[in-house]
Design a protein around this ligand. Structure first.
Ligand code: ADP
Ligand code: MN
Ligand code: MN
Ligand code: MN
Length: 349
């Protein structure tokens, strides 16, 4: 049975990798039971994606995950791919392979769960959605979680995105309108539902699917979504990708309290290393203003939105649960962020 598959991968753009995709018709032998190994490897021209030079440009797309394409009425799939070189080894731009490696080196034994809060800003042309062409909207205050045509802009697109994520089976946790008008957030990952796994590889894959779907749906509205960490300079909130994580011992009432302190100490000693993995132009956002901690400082605190690491109120009260790393920018790569956090808290270097 022939089905349309959109192959999605990360390119080699620096300092921020972007998404690419191309479509292929795949013949599935058993259309009622589709498995990953039925998605063939495919090649692409790496010289057009900053991943190879012109002389020897063929690279391999290896499907590593698939979901239903929620934008098609006929059965169709999205297949997320790792990029491999001609020898079948991970290409240097393949940051997912490094996360796999860290999990194999022991981090998986800690049973880590992740939840990413992806903030983004909608633009129409050069202006954030809903902003006057010249000048500025009213100062920040009424927009966060607002309702009404004068408070929020782009909800139709946001809800179309939400519906698509649900239809594709992406681990969507929630969405909200953000502090700056035109800015929104969706969360992907742990949602405490049944025995669903929130392992970092699956959750990070789902962030990349959700980003692709956001851009793709934006095409229909002629609206672009940017992950720029500081899309408007001045007294306007930046956009981050707060990263929530827990491990078996952090979630355990018997050991949680000790592990909270333990992890925070380890994270404080590796602050600069983390910053270098948390996205481009981070200094523009991490100023110490607008619910951030300054890039040159490491702070932790209970329920403190001006901290690098926040212990959520319910977690501080119970003494176990999860931590929130507030430093990653909206343009951070979830594979790299998860890799760095696991390296630090599981002492793998
Ligand atoms: P905030 O108050 O910081 O805006 P949100 O409600 O936007 O928080 O998001 C909460 C995030 O925390 C979600 O991404 C969710 O998946 C994550 N989360 C909650 N509990 C855990 C846990 N035990 N382990 C890992 N992540 C968790
Ligand atoms: Mn949030
Ligand atoms: Mn937010
Ligand atoms: Mn948060």
């Amino acid at each position: 049975m022939l089905k349309l598959v959109e192959y999605i991968w990360m390119d080699g753009a620096t300092p921020t990798q972007k998404l690419r995709s191309k479509a292929r018709i795949v013949n599935f032998t058993n259309p009622t039971l589709i498995t990953l190994d039925e998605f063939p490897e495919w090649s692409f021209d790496g010289s057009s994606t900053y991943q190879a030079d012109g002389q020897n440009s063929d690279l391999i797309l290896r499907p590593v995950s698939f979901v239903k394409n929620p934008l098609k009425e006929i059965d169709s799939y999205l297949a997320l791919c790792e990029v491999m070189d001609a020898q079948g080894n991970p290409h240097p731009s393949n940051t997912r392979a490094r996360l796999r490696q860290i999990l194999d080196q022991g981090a998986a034994l800690e049973e880590p769960w992740f939840g990413f809060e992806q903030e983004y800003t909608l633009f129409q042309g050069r202006t954030p959605l809903g902003w006057p062409e010249n000048g500025y909207p009213a100062p920040q205050g009424p927009f966060y979680c607002g309702v009404g045509a004068d408070e929020v802009f782009g909800r139709d697109l946001v809800e179309a995105h939400t519906d698509a994520l649900m239809a594709a089976g992406i681990m969507l946790y929630g969405t909200n309108a953000e502090v700056m008008p035109g800015q929104w957030e969706f969360q992907i990952g742990y949602r405490g539902v049944g025995s669903e796994s929130a392992d970092p590889l699956t959750v990070s894959d789902h962030v990349w699917y959700a980003r692709w779907l956001l851009y793709r749906i934006g095409e229909k509205y002629n609206v672009t979504a940017t992950l720029d960490p500081k899309p408007v300079k001045g007294d306007w909130n930046g956009a981050g990708m707060h990263t929530n994580f827990s491990t078996k011992s952090l979630r355990d009432p018997a050991t949680g309290k000790m592990m909270i302190e333990n992890y925070i100490t380890q994270l404080s000693q590796k602050h600069q290393t983390h910053i270098s993995e948390y996205g481009d132009k981070l200094a523009e956002r991490l100023t110490g203003e607008h619910e951030t901690c300054s890039i040159s400082e490491f702070k932790s605190g209970n329920s403190d939105r001006g901290a690098s690491i926040r212990v959520p109120l319910t977690v501080a009260k119970k003494g176990y649960g999860y931590l929130e790393d507030r430093r990653p920018g909206a343009n951070a790569d979830p594979y790299r962020v998860a890799t760095r956090i696991l390296q630090t808290i599981c002492a793998i270097d």
